[in-house]
Write a protein that binds this ligand. Sequence first.
Ligand code: UDP
Length: 251
Amino acid sequence: MESLSILGCRLDAVDADAATERIMGWAQAGTGAQVVTLGTEMIVYAQHDERFRGVLNACALSLCDTIGVLSVARRRGAALADRVTGVELVEKLCAAAAREGVPVYFLGGAEGVAADAAAILEVRYPGLRVAGTRCGYFAEGESDRIAAAIAESGAKLLFVGLGSPRQELWLAEHLGASGVGAGLGVGGSFDVLSGRLRRAPRFVRRFGLEWLYRLVNEPHRWRRQLALPRFVWLIALDTLRAPRRRTGASA
Ligand code: UDP
């Protein structure tokens, strides 16, 4: 697997189909693998939070979620055709889980959002076994009970949409107790899949302007989106310091 480091965060040059295959393998085998879709904001946040950076880098798979990360990865030689978003990955994994009879659990979002997303996906992918759903607004003290409920549900694949960094930290701490073979953070994917939030039109995404669309439609995100110019600045500094970077390869 070809991997590279972007500002100290590992990124694996793996596309959506290959990622789906790997994740399904872990889900079936009961590996207990954590997967992250690495975004620009996460990398910026990780610069100041060593624990979070450690969690990201300990993931079994780190996929490229945003256009900013994709363009840096490509410039550094990564063979990546496109990014791998949470929504796309949830869809592909549900299609595969329906085919292979793998039970799936949806954790996250406001009351009813995960359940609605799961119900829509059950119709879209006949045979999909939804082991359970739960809303994502709970006190930290409830986490052990929630992980035990996931384990009891028999789920092998877990989608966690609590937003970043909470979902990555939650998975790092509770994936083991939840008994699933694979767990991944999916951000606001349930909002989109349940129909509550519209995704940017395809042409907007193609031009790399999804961030602008989201800023207009979810203006409360403006503070978080300051991460974008910060990312550009940090990459510029990093490029000046290490002009001859190469991608590395690992097994
Ligand atoms: N959320 C949650 N629990 C929380 C905070 C957030 O379930 O304590 C959900 C929120 O409802 C939304 C998602 O997490 O569905 C966060 O989406 P956001 O767009 O912020 O995440 P991103 O996709 O940018 O990582």
